[in-house]
Write a protein that binds this ligand. Structure first.
Ligand code: FMN
Length: 347
């Protein structure tokens, strides 16, 4: 599945979705990853189960300039499992598109990279940061940071089969005794990697504590390829602060974009409350429309609608009630949509 823009549109009553909208980049920003020009410094981070095609396209429409797929297991891709095919799905309008691979076998990863390039990936990204035990116990994700020599061989093999830019996403290290982001970044650049994203927490920290941005600055100083910083950014202003403090040229926002994809619109914060509210409503309507267009099957599409509408309740006094009603009483996307709007308008 690579997205089908011909799917019949499901009409939902209420707010008019924000369509045909795109941000004009009024400021000058240039970042090149290999031969690709990236237009905005702030972009959506990959988040498994959440940043699928509809959310990525929405973030792009709000101003995120580079889409990154969720982690795609190389073995699953080679076996063409239904689950992996769904995860690897993208919309043809997602441009440029980085597709992220998860694995630890050089041959499989390079074969998987070739498949993704053929399908239209503009960048191949290797996940070297996933901290989940079920992933690291198989030597994948952040476990790749533990054996720098073995990982160098893996990157060398992928580089040989990859015509598009190759990037990696790393953590600060395995744990506080093994903070080797700089060593891993330098090794990766010497193997031909074109850009690096750093989420500076260690694998053992998972998401706890503050993200130590200093490590991003250390990587920036150590390599001569573009470095993207990541970790705890929840507004455009904070992204600019991260760039100023660390010297990174771009920022990825993950959890801070859930329920507020307008974070990618640099002008949003300068608008008055009425304009912000109508932009938020049009953006949420567009999100639901894109989910139903891309995932017309009710069980999965409905779950996605409920999950994302739940994030949009952030900050509402009745958020808990709204989420409970969404998950216990709504059997169709239309019910979920009208429930959400009822709570939103009463808030
Ligand atoms: C639910 C969830 C799923 C994630 N999935 C991925 C993934 O598939 N690939 C990846 O590189 N990082 C993944 N991450 C990590 C994020 O990309 C990001 O590095 C992390 O959330 C820190 O950034 P933030 O503070 O802006 O959220 C995930 C994070 C979350 C919360």
């Amino acid at each position: 599945m690579s997205g089908d823009s011909t799917v019949t549109e499901r009409q939902l009553p209420g707010w008019r979705p924000l369509r045909g909208h795109s941000i004009s980049f009024v400021y000058s920003f240039h970042m090149r990853i290999g031969n690709l020009e990236i237009e905005s410094p702030v972009r959506l981070a990959p988040m498994a189960g959440l940043t699928n095609a509809p959310f990525r396209l929405l973030a792009q429409e709000c101003g995120s300039a580079l889409n990154t797929s969720e982690e795609i297991d190389a073995v699953g891709l080679l076996r063409q499992t239904d689950r992996t095919e769904q995860i690897a799905g993208f919309h043809p309008d997602e441009k440029p598109l980085a597709m992220q691979l998860l694995g630890n076998d050089a041959e499989m990863l390079s074969e998987a990279a070739e498949i993704l390039q053929e399908r239209g990936a503009d960048i191949i990204d290797i996940n070297m940061g996933c901290p989940m035990p079920k992933i690291t116990k198989n030597g994948k994700g952040s476990a790749l940071m533990r054996d720098v020599e073995a990982t160098a061989k893996i990157l060398r093999r992928i580089r040989q089969s990859c015509q598009v830019p190759l990037t990696i996403k790393i953590r600060g290290g395995w744990d506080k005794h093994h903070l080797n982001a700089v060593e891993v970044a330098q090794m990766a650049v010497s193997e031909g990697v074109d850009a690096i994203t750093v989420h500076p927490r260690t694998r053992s920290q998972r998401f706890a504590g503050r993200a130590p941005w200093e490590i991003i600055g250390d990587v920036v100083e150590a390599v001569d390829v573009p470095v993207t910083g990541n970790g705890d950014v929840t507004s455009y202003g904070m992204a600019e602060q991260m760039m100023a403090e660390t010297g990174c040229v771009s920022v990825m926002i993950g959890r801070g974009a859930l329920g507020q994809p307008w974070v990618f619109n640099r002008e949003y914060e300068s608008w008055d409350a009425d304009r912000q509210r109508s932009y938020r409503e049009a953006t949420i309507a567009r999100h639901v429309e894109l989910i139903l267009k891309f995932f017309p099957d009710v069980p999965f599409g409905l779950l996605q609608v409920k999950r994302h509408l739940s994030y949009y309740t952030r900050g509402m006094a009745t958020a808990r009630d709204c989420r409970r009603t969404l998950f216990t009483e709504c059997d169709t996307p239309e019910e979920a949509w009208s429930t959400f709007r009822r709570f939103w308008e009463a808030a």
